[in-house]
Design a protein around this ligand. Structure first.
Ligand SMILES: [Zn+2]
Length: 72
């Protein structure tokens, strides 16, 4: 298993891709009547690891570290 660098909204099982890869839609927060649009690299107390690997965090980290440079 590769690509999981930590615990972020982007690899939580409540997230859905929204403004890929920078922001995600969190269905967990939506269910709590909280603002569901969060940073991919943020993490809330309801974090629950995603069962299916997703590219959101990987791409968000790449965009952040590369200063906005997209993949070649
Ligand atoms: Zn995703």
């Amino acid at each position: 298993m590769s690509g999981v660098e930590g615990e972020f909204c982007g690899n939580c099982d409540g997230h859905n891709c929204f403004d890929y890869p920078y922001r995600v839609f969190c269905s967990t927060r939506h269910a709590k009547n909280l603002d569901p649009i969060v940073d991919t690299l943020w993490r809330c107390e309801s974090y629950n690891p995603v069962s299916q690997e997703c590219y959101c965090v990987r791409e968000a980290l790449k965009a952040k570290n590369g200063g906005g440079e997209m993949q070649r």
